[in-house]
Ligand binder design. Structure first.
Ligand SMILES: *Cc1c(COP(=O)(O)O)cnc(C)c1O
Length: 489
């Protein structure tokens, strides 16, 4: 049992008369609330706030914060999310006063350092993707998708073409069709091949002059590299369509291949995944997009440009592209996350980034080999940076499901992998170890999975046993009709 203290409410810790601070005796006459707020009588009674000392409050919230699983406290192999270690050096650099004290309304002349940092980030993201025109504005991967689709829509409108369809494979992240629908397109979903890739024959059937964009993640969410990607992108280009690469899985291919080289016209990055911005629990994201020169004029504005002035000096400016779709976020994006990403890129350099991907892929394949005897991988014995295993055989033989693994892992001190996504694998467990974990951690995690597979199914079904909140009765909850929850209605 951890942190029983934190499972009490502040109200339960309250003792009359305790407090963290006292105000000096008032030297002006006291007035009743009703006189201070004569017309809006919202605050008519004194609220019964908990009465606690300062140390009690600090311990309460500090203990509460330790109930969470995080990359700083636990191994966190959440597939599709690249929950890699967030180097603390980046926190220190991003917290330098020259960065945090900068005001967004400071003039260009007084923001040259930050503009240079952002310009260089644009340049690096352009180079890594092979798509040189970059906007740092989108504040998440999903917003990057929407922004790029709006850029594509503006491009087709400009060319006088009416294109209505966006195509994506069935293994796509849910944000892909959601972004396409928000951008006003009709969504077309393609079934994949048994080995988890895009089916070129299916793609051929669906593309025509109405196709605007084909959205594809590469490597895809099954951890499989789309080896036919060039043929697929060629098919799109043959009908005048565009290809969107969902870059959430860039951790597998940094410095090895580039979306621009395999036929992508636009993509987003998740700086909070690939480039170590701390995330999870809906934390701040950053989803810059990179597009081919064909689409550069439509990017959200402003973007950061560099000018070589007559006196030989260099200056940075904010400029709005000629046919810009307009702003998608205030100022220049989520600067705090971009600064951390910049530190990461600058620290590692081209060779370091390549090593990141090589190790991410090596770790994933090592773990796959260690667990496939109990959790087989329908898409084969090799993967990129993540793999999708299935608990189906264990569910049949011992009644242990992917959900049971996810809950029981908490007792072993591990965050669960992503479960039941992608939908194309039954009882899916999507495991992404990342490059920052040691062989020891991977071995221990594989051991935990093996132990769970052989445990008494009763123990596993009722897990977790060590967390303050136990397993909600999801089956029962799903059976209760919502209206009946409220007897008075
Ligand atoms: C995380 C993710 C997204 C969405 O990114 P957010 O930053 O969470 O909005 C899109 N596609 C894939 C494959 C992802 O893993």
């Amino acid at each position: 049992m951890r942190n029983t203290h934190a499972t009490k409410l502040l109200f339960e810790l309250s003792e009359t008369g305790r407090r963290g601070a006292r105000f000096p005796v008032s030297d002006v006459p006291e007035k009743p609330l009703s006189e201070l707020l004569p017309t809006i009588s919202l605050a008519t009674e004194t609220l019964p706030l908990p009465e606690v000392t300062e140390p009690t409050v600090i311990r309460h919230y500090t203990n509460l914060s330790t109930l969470n699983m995080s990359v700083d406290t636990h191994y966190y192999p959440l597939g599709s999310c690249t929950m890699k270690y967030n180097p603390k050096r980046h926190e220190r650099l991003a917290g330098l006063s020259g960065i945090v004290d900068l005001h967004p309304y400071q003039t260009e002349a007084l923001s040259q350092g930050m503009l240079q940092l952002l310009f260089e980030t644009q340049e690096m993201l352009g180079e890594i993707s092979g798509l040189p025109a970059v906007s740092l504005q989108p504040a998440a991967g999903a917003q990057g998708e929407l922004t790029a689709l709006l850029v594509a829509a503006a491009y087709f409108r400009d060319k006088g073409q009416k294109r209505t369809k966006v195509i994506f494979p069935s293994s796509a992240h849910g944000t892909n069709p959601a972004s396409a629908a928000m951008a006003g397109f009709e969504c077309v979903q393609l079934p994949g091949t048994p080995d988890g890739k895009v089916d070129l024959n299916e793609l051929k059937k669906h593309i025509d002059e109405q196709t605007a964009v084909f959205m594809i993640t590469n490597p895809n969410t099954l951890g499989v590299f789309e080896s036919d990607i060039k043929a697929a992108t060629q098919m799109l280009h043959d009908v005048g369509g565009l290809v969107y690469i969902d870059g959430a899985n860039m951790n597998a291919i940094l410095g090895i291949t580039r979306p621009g080289d395999f036929g992508g016209d636009m993509m987003h990055y998740n700086v909070h995944k690939t480039f170590t911005g701390p995330h999870g629990a809906g934390g701040p994201g950053s989803g810059p997009i990179a597009v081919s020169p064909l689409l550069a004029d439509y990017l959200p504005g402003p973007v950061i440009t560099r000018a070589h002035d007559a006196d030989g000096s260099t200056s940075y400016k904010l400029e709005t592209p000629a046919k810009s779709i307009g702003r998608v976020r205030t100022f220049n994006g989520n600067i705090g996350i971009l600064v951390r990403g910049y530190c990461y890129l600058r620290t590692l350099g081209p060779n370091g980034l390549k090593a990141v991907s090589e190790n991410a892929v090596l770790n994933a394949n090592y773990l796959l080999a260690k667990v496939k005897d109990i959790l087989p991988v329908p898409q084969g014995d090799r993967c990129m940076h993540e793999f999708v295993a299935t608990a189906s055989p264990l569910l049949k033989s011992r009644g242990i499901s992917a959900l049971d693994f996810a809950k029981r892992l908490l007792d072993y001190g591990y965050h669960a992998p992503t479960v039941y996504f992608p939908l194309v694998v039954p009882e899916a467990m999507m495991i992404e170890p990342t490059e920052t974990e040691s062989k020891q951690t991977l071995d221990n995690f594989a051991d935990a999975l093996h132990k769970i597979a052989t445990e008494d199914p009763e123990v596993v079904h009722s897990a977790p046993h060590t967390t303050p909140v136990r397993r909600p009765d999801e089956v029962q909850a799903a059976r209760v009709p919502i209206l009946k929850c409220c007897p008075s209605s």
